[in-house]
Design a protein around this ligand. Structure first.
Ligand code: NAP
Length: 327
């Protein structure tokens, strides 16, 4: 039985606690929130112990501490969890400062514990399949990509802790998913440029070897605009495109869209069937499996999470400076 203590009972703490509770051979034993009532509300359904004291959460008999706190709290809590010999799954971004990310990775090594940073897009079945197909040569040599990540405002970003001081702002907090995913396809960009503002940003990347990419991230879409996440990769033999929309394009349309399509230069477009799955569940099940095998994740490493953070910080520096920045 894997015992999990969840630090955070907000949006992500709730998402993780519910997913953990549904996994076999896993028990949520504790929940922390700054507000006792919030911790209690999330702890109750799984019979976990609620606390508003992070030290008591870390003292609970648990195998894993799952950190779903504002990003500026990740490093200190993770380091304390490693000192208590807990494994750690931690929401993205790993931290706000790469030095803190390095500190987390070093403490995990020193304590001989595993650290998984929850870059959930890597576990999203269609994204994972797209990546597998690109790396497997399905569109030849990838030459460019375009990504979108659009959510209605004000969302969690910008007004509360998601603002720069505690969350890094959208180019870090929201767009890190695309920085990470594009880096997983093309490597670390040689140059990053970003234009726009703190709530709506357009980032461009130039990679060694000549590939280029763009990513748009918005947390200012009008109320009711469906969460939208897309990725189109152009190769010298075709295009792979994934489109996810949580709702219809028009308000009178029902449902959403999740479609991965291969458009070869020679041949007809083909929908790619991907077995459905909830990325948050798959991510935590993956970590549980890593722990059972005693092996670090082959999908997301502390190093790849730090790499994504460095790219995010370069994009933010480029946004501020109005010039291209080398990550
Ligand atoms: N992967 C994804 O799709 C995704 C999506 C959203 C967020 N995230 C990441 O998940 C993390 C948490 O975000 P969230 O949206 O879940 O935040 P949230 O809803 O605001 O919840 C934050 C939790 O941390 C507690 N907290 C707030 N400030 C604190 C402080 N200074 N010290 C200690 N605890 C504090 C809150 O307690 P009270 O509410 O009781 O005050 C609450 O339990 C962030 O790193 C964010 O980037 C990831």
């Amino acid at each position: 039985m894997l015992r999990v203590a969840v630090a955070g009972a907000g949006f992500m703490g709730t998402t993780h606690a519910q997913r953990w509770a549904a996994l076999p051979e896993v028990r949520v034993v504790g929940v922390y929130s700054r507000t006792a009532a919030r911790a209690e509300a999330l702890a109750r359904p799984s019979g976990a112990v609620a606390t508003d004291d992070i030290q008591s959460l870390l003292a609970m008999p648990a195998d894993v501490v799952d950190i779903c706190l504002p990003t500026d709290r990740h490093a200190d809590v993770a380091v304390a969890a490693f000192a208590a010999r807990r494994h750690v799954v931690c929401e993205k971004p790993i931290a706000l400062d790469p030095a803190d990310g390095e500190r987390m990775a070093a403490e995990a090594r020193r304590a001989d514990r595993l650290l998984l940073v929850a870059h959930v897009v890597r576990f999203w079945p269609e994204y994972a399949r797209l990546r597998e197909m690109v790396l497997g040569g399905a569109i030849g040599r990838p030459t460019s990509a375009a990504a979108e990540r659009l959510q209605e405002g004000p969302g969690w970003v910008g007004d509360g802790w998601g603002a720069r001081a505690a969350g890094g702002g959208p180019v870090v907090d929201l767009q890190i998913h695309d920085h990470d995913f594009l880096a997983s396809l093309f490597g670390v960009p040689r140059l990053v440029q970003a234009v726009g503002g703190d709530r709506h940003v357009f980032t461009t990347y130039v990679f060694d070897g000549g590939a280029v990419a763009t990513a748009e991230a918005a947390s200012d879409m009008p109320r009711g605009y469906p969460f939208t996440s897309t990725l189109r990769v152009r190769g010298d033999e075709g295009v792979l495109e994934y489109v996810f929309r949580a709702g219809g394009v028009r308000p009178d349309e029902a449902g959403g869209l999740s479609a991965l399509t291969l458009h070869p230069d020679a041949g007809a477009p083909a929908p790619i069937a991907v077995p459905p799955g909830d990325a948050y569940t798959l991510q935590l099940a993956h970590f549980a499996d890593c722990l059972r095998r005693g092996e670090p994740s082959g999908v997301v490493s502390p190093a790849s999470a730090i790499r994504a953070l460095r790219i995010a910080l370069a994009a933010r520096a480029a946004l501020d400076a109005g010039t291209a920045v080398r990550p």
